[in-house]
Design a protein around this ligand. Structure first.
Ligand code: NDP
Length: 446
């Protein structure tokens, strides 16, 4: 049987680009279809633009800290329009790099929305293509609850392109995106109200991190309100009026929903082609990324396992190794370090205290250190940091590490190696500290 391509990838985001490039390096003839821009969520409307905005918003605090160190900062002002223009130029540059990467790797790029028409066929526009393998890497899309007036809300996609900085923004949700954007708009001087339906933000994270971040966000002036939700949104001339579950209303220039992301499988033709989806419409895959159809695989957010770019990249690479490199590889999903670029940031890897307590029947040791980062001493900030290690008592293995505070994201990458490697607390203790640093707490907690 001959096909137009060995591999047809749908979606040129983190997972799809990596899979295309590696498959091509093994000699496969590869095409990738993308309906919007090469680079996907992370590059175009996620991690990268978000992090640039996080950097931008951090200066307001840095200006204050600088004064404690003898600097006269003078009058400062911030232009949202300039930032967005510069951010967009950087995204254009990265988009160009991604296009070059694919083209240098010999991958054919096809613009348009692809429809799976069978186990070995895909249609883009009027054109039908055949392929020995199809890889679904279409990612996810912001999900919003169904309530009256929800069409007046925006997601992080649009918030990255507001024409004007909102004077007052309401952010709904208590996960990664909600806390990151609350920090961004707060740092830029907008009034921020964050509404979370549960009792404490960051469900699933270690409780010490949850409480510390909530405290620090409030200290920075974010009006964080918990056990509260929106029932209805009215559009006004200036923005929106939100009707809340406690019977009150809230007026703002904009409301942004960060209430999770769903697999973007709608209208892809997957079920007609025999690909099984779960209740959340995610593609069901085995440990190699294979779906219920032997010739169709899936990687990344569309499989709704771990919604993180580096995980999608690993899955895409493993898929190419398995199918085209003669090296069956199944990406591991344990001890994945991750960061929240909240302000202050969070870094975490492995089990929370509660998860470890359950897994080891209470036989755990917990080490914690709360401190004021040295930078804040002269800077005059009251912001505190916290480091925490969870150790399995019987083996002395460090099964979880958590941090909130300056540089937590950078620090956790190294700690992540140690936790992934299964090192013991004694080995952490035997490591010499880097002094003075915040990171040293991880080898000094007794
Ligand atoms: P999350 O799943 O992290 O958080 C969703 C939040 O919305 C939760 O607080 C949830 O509450 C709340 N929520 C869900 N449904 C409703 C509803 N109907 N009404 C009110 N609140 C609701 O999703 P995000 O959108 O923040 O991010 C999506 C994913 O993207 C993350 O899971 C993460 O994997 C990834 N991401 C990673 C980043 C990083 O690595 N730094 C940055 C940004 C995103 P509840 O807790 O009660 O369910």
């Amino acid at each position: 049987m001959s096909y137009d391509y060995d591999l047809f990838v749908i979606g040129a985001g983190s997972g799809g680009v990596r899979a295309s490039r590696i498959a091509s390096s093994y000699g496969a003839k590869v095409a990738v279809a993308e309906e919007y821009r090469i680079g996907g969520t992370c590059v175009i409307r996620g991690c990268v633009p978000k992090k640039l905005l996080v950097y931008a918003s951090g200066f307001s605090k840095d200006f204050k800290l600088a004064e404690g160190y003898g600097w006269t900062v003078g009058e400062t002002s911030f232009s949202w329009e300039t930032l967005i223009e510069r951010k967009d130029a950087e995204i254009d540059r990265l988009n160009g790099l991604y296009i070059n990467t694919l083209s240098n790797a010999g991958v054919e790029m096809i613009e348009g929305r692809a429809l799976v028409t069978g186990p070995n066929s895909v249609r883009v526009g009027d054109q039908e293509y055949s392929a020995k393998y199809i890889l679904i890497a279409v990612g996810g899309w912001p999900m919003m609850p169904d309530l009256p007036g929800i069409e007046h809300a925006v997601s992080s996609n649009e918030a990255l392109h507001f024409e004007k900085q909102p004077d007052h923004i309401v952010i709904v949700g208590g996960g990664y995106i909600a806390v990151e954007f609350a920090g961004i708009f707060n740092g830029m001087g907008s009034q921020v109200t964050q509404l979370y339906r549960g009792e404490q933000i960051l469900r699933g994270f270690d409780t010490d991190l949850q409480h510390s971040l909530a405290t620090e966000m409030k200290a920075r002036g974010i009006d964080l309100r918990t056990s509260l939700n929106v029932t209805k949104i009215d559009k006004t001339e200036k923005g929106v009026i939100l009707h809340l579950t406690d019977g009150t209303t809230l007026e703002a220039d904009a409301v942004m929903y960060a209430t999770g992301r769903a697999p973007k499988t709608d209208g892809l033709g997957l079920q007609d082609a025999g690909v099984a989806l779960d209740k959340a419409q995610a593609v069901i895959v085995d440990e190699y990324g294979k779906t219920s159809v032997d010739s169709i695989y899936a990687v990344g957010d569309v499989t709704n396992r771990v919604q993180l770019t580096p995980v999608a990249i690993k899955e895409g690479h493993a898929f190419a190794n398995t199918v085209f490199g003669n090296m069956p590889s199944s990406p591991e999903h344990d001890a994945i370090p991750s960061a929240i670029f909240s302000q202050p940031p969070i870094g975490t890897v492995g089990l929370t205290e509660a998860q470890a307590f359950e897994k080891y029947n209470g036989k755990i040791k917990v080490f914690k250190s709360g401190f004021k980062p040295m930078k804040h001493t002269l800077g005059g900030s009251e912001e505190r940091a916290l480091t925490k290690l969870i150790v399995a008592e019987e083996t002395d293995v460090v099964v979880g590490a958590h941090m909130i505070g300056l540089d937590a994201a950078e620090i956790m990458q190294g700690i992540g190696i140690a936790v992934k490697a299964g090192l013991t607390k004694a080995q952490f203790d035997a490591t010499v500290a880097i002094h003075p640093s915040s990171a040293e707490e991880f080898v000094l907690m007794r």
